[in-house]
Design a protein around this ligand. Sequence first.
Ligand SMILES: [Zn+2]
Length: 311
Amino acid sequence: MLDINSPVYKDKNAARKHLEALRWADGRYCPHCGETQHTAFVRGRKHRPGLYYCNSCKKQFTVTVGTIFERSKVPLNKWVLAFHLMCSSKKGISAHQLHRTLGVTYKTAWFMAHRIRETMKDDNPGALGGGGKVVESDETYFKGGSKIRLKTLPNGDKAPVIVPHFYKIMALVERGGKSRAFHISAVTTNNVRDVLFTNVLRDSHLMTDEAGHYHTIGERYMTHQRVVHSRKEYVRGKVHTNTIEGYFSIFKRGMKGTYQHCGEQHLSRYLAEFDFRYNTRDLDDFTRSAQAIKASEGKRLTYRRTSQRTH
Ligand SMILES: [Zn+2]
């Protein structure tokens, strides 16, 4: 069991051995060809530690090949610490804080944080609900900066005005189960239906507020029950959307308190981060962190891809 004083956070060789133990928990294999039997440790002082040789494909490898750590100049112990900090802070940790704590540049810290979010993204999410489980669905708006619009003045001239820009987020939470949040372009019946039908099994009990876009969609589920917020109704027995509102509240506190400037093109990564922590809420911080590190395989991300719009 790790604790925060563990050498894996201070020493790059200890960190590498930690990664080896996580990645090769079922035995070492060559990341180039998948060979599991005929690989050997390369000895000798002139080689960097942690180097292996594959007798099948005749290539060398280390534990970082094919992971987000490959070709990174940041020492592995700083990576392991960054994972721990992001996995253990309920509301996330800013790139500024990572930069100060890890002693890397702000730009590097920002890049590391985005790569870690990428590992937190669930690539093969199963559907939520099913078997009569309860799924809550809701949307929220999050103020993500401002936009300049041209406003027509009474004399016909146009003048630029600054208007707030809101990101639209839809989230689903299975009660007692997982959450899944989406960045949507607009809160419309079509968008809401697409997200629901793709992600929630029909034999689920759907709980929403009274929003009109749920009326016809809800008929496709086992039951559809609504709380009427406009009548100040929030709970009617088991009918409520408190679980999802709790999810949104953690997300908003994190986004306001920690991540003050989130470009819309990065929003889906932040949502993945909050989903990951919510969905691993029963794990202790070290186990959650280990789970994220294990998922770093096959998630290599270049700077170019990080900077591009993904939505
Ligand atoms: Zn090989």
